[in-house]
Design a protein around this ligand. Structure first.
Ligand code: HEC
Ligand code: HEC
Ligand code: HEC
Ligand code: HEC
Ligand code: HEC
Length: 192
């Protein structure tokens, strides 16, 4: 009698419990993955600025505003003064432009919410990538079609490495044009 209860526990109850635990873990891991990597994150911004309108319909170059992207590690978000190049005259009667003008006049930075963010332990440099001819869309998707910026690609280690391994085959035209090579795969390149 004793033996058969133990036997029951070992042969049926234990494997079934383990299976349920593993299945639950796997499902929640994958279900929360997009959230963990901020895919779909599109915070409401303090001013209703649209890339679809400015970078898309009006065709303003990305680097007119994000001037630092080809010069160093971080891409900058433009100061209100860049907007005022146009909005000191354009649409000055609109509520959102009145808000913009207030920030500008009070010399206050606009509190834009950060969308893309790597963990602190990762090193990334924009200029290296941009100056080798990689387009913003490779990592950010079609920003010029977004009324509100959203993160569309996960910045997982595997995403970085996938491109680093295959870059020359994937962008053959850039190999001659900019001398594009494979990206590094050694840990210390990205974890310094
Ligand atoms: C007229 C100025 C302007 C132009 C042109 C512009 N941007 Fe922006 N960009 C901004 C501002 C302001 C923000 C911050 C508010 C927001 O997220 O919408 C921003 C935010 C972003 C972000 C998100 C930053 C974060 O917090 O992670 C990305 C990515 C970006 N822009 C890429 C682009 C790309 C790619 C282009 C060209 C297709 C472009 N931008 C053109 C002004 C501009
Ligand atoms: C090169 C000129 C130019 C720059 C630079 C520019 N804008 Fe604009 N913006 C325009 C024009 C022109 C319109 C009106 C377009 C239309 O309605 O067809 C507009 C429209 C807008 C609107 C919609 C206004 C409304 O309610 O009708 C907002 C909000 C706005 N811009 C914010 C910004 C912000 C914030 C920046 C800086 C990050 C910026 N703009 C930079 C030219 C510019
Ligand atoms: C190889 C991939 C890649 C390319 C190409 C790329 N970005 Fe980024 N971008 C990132 C990553 C990763 C982050 C988050 C960086 C961090 O948290 O340190 C980011 C963040 C940003 C930010 C937020 C500020 C910052 O520096 O963290 C802006 C703005 C931005 N990118 C604009 C652009 C623009 C404009 C282009 C094209 C000229 C571009 N990016 C091209 C990967 C890329
Ligand atoms: C679309 C392709 C692509 C993606 C995505 C990409 N990289 Fe790269 N990266 C490259 C290429 C190509 C090089 C090498 C450029 C060269 O030297 O020709 C490179 C070089 C680097 C370097 C060495 C140069 C330096 O700055 O020290 C680092 C570090 C790096 N990438 C980090 C990252 C990280 C972190 C990510 C992910 C968040 C990432 N990269 C995503 C293509 C990519
Ligand atoms: C091309 C850039 C790149 C290289 C090379 C790289 N990593 Fe990463 N690593 C990342 C990025 C981006 C993240 C953050 C996103 C994530 O967790 O996937 C990360 C995250 C990690 C984490 C934290 C994972 C977690 O769940 O929080 C560990 C541990 C790690 N890397 C170890 C390594 C080791 C070990 C190597 C060398 C074999 C290595 N990395 C090489 C880009 C890189």
């Amino acid at each position: 009698m004793r033996k058969s209860v133990l036997d029951y526990i070992l042969r049926i109850y234990l494997p079934v419990t383990l299976l349920v635990v593993v299945a639950t873990y796997t499902v929640t891991y994958f279900a929360s993955r997009n959230e963990r990597y901020h895919v779909g994150y599109a915070p409401e911004q303090p001013i209703n600025y649209s890339h679809e309108l400015h970078a898309g319909k009006m065709g303003i170059d990305c680097q007119y505003c994000h001037t630092a992207v080809s010069k160093g590690r971080h891409a900058n978000v433009p100061a209100a003064s860049t907007c005022m190049n146009c909005h000191s005259v354009a649409r000055t009667d609109r509520p959102e432009i009145i808000k913009l003008t207030e920030y500008y006049k009070n010399d206050q930075p606009i509190p834009w919410k950060r969308v893309h963010k790597l963990p602190e332990h990762v090193y990334f440099n924009h200029s290296v990538h941009v100056n080798k001819g990689l387009d913003c869309t490779e990592c950010h998707g079609k920003i010029q079609e977004m009324p509100v910026v959203a993160q569309v690609k996960p910045f997982m280690m595997s995403n970085c490495l996938d491109c680093h391994r295959n870059a020359p085959e994937r962008y053959p035209h850039l190999v001659n044009l900019t001398g594009l090579k494979k990206g590094p795969e050694n840990c210390s390149a990205c974890h310094r």
